[in-house]
Design a protein around this ligand. Sequence first.
Ligand SMILES: Nc1nc2c(ncn2[C@@H]2O[C@H](COP(=O)(O)OP(=O)(O)O)[C@@H](O)[C@H]2O)c(=O)[nH]1
Ligand SMILES: [Mg+2]
Length: 202
Amino acid sequence: MEIKTSDFITSAVNQSQYPESSWPEVGFIGRSNVGKSSIINSLTQRKALARVSNTPGRTRLVNFFLINGCLTLVDLPGYGYAKVSKADRAQFGKIIEEYLSHRSNLKKMVLLVDARHKPTEDDCLMLNYFRHYGIPFQIVATKLDKLKRNEIKKNERIIRETLALSMDEEVLMYSSLSKENRQKVLDAIFLDLLEPSTETIR
Ligand SMILES: Nc1nc2c(ncn2[C@@H]2O[C@H](COP(=O)(O)OP(=O)(O)O)[C@@H](O)[C@H]2O)c(=O)[nH]1
Ligand SMILES: [Mg+2]
């Protein structure tokens, strides 16, 4: 799978503002600063499709993008930023829950965690949400380039244990900087969402 075109559709706060779409949809989510904007930009090979924000916690919009004219990618607000107020945090939670519980064409969530750190309580909660709603998910650990080679296996094990993943739930390690594992990540996220006919003409 390769991403040839990516176009911004719209930003939304609540369900009534979501674009009408019957394309299969993939949502990206994770703690603020985990590298969500960076991975969206590096997978789509766009410099600023998802603006790489230097004011974490501010992007509280749900952003929709059309990929290859046949599926949609959604950039959800980052959670867990310490410096936002309790009210703001509750607001983020509402936006995320509204999306997860109402988006009927949502096929998969990509949960981003930092490859360097043990997943947070918020990460675990988010994953439990997906399980609760029966939403398929893919875990991607970001900032792989920041790990020493001998840390990769160990950190992957800590991530798997903390998130209580089963044997068939894979953690992919990725770097938006070096783009290591880019093809693997693209295939794992998008390949099963494409119509077979679309894939044969790639
Ligand atoms: N070394 C390294 N830094 C990264 C990577 N991905 C993101 N970053 C940095 O982490 C910070 C947060 O990235 P951003 O994409 O804005 O995170 P977001 O808040 O989750 O959207 C920025 O300074 C990025 O340059 C990566 O794969 N490797
Ligand atoms: Mg961002």
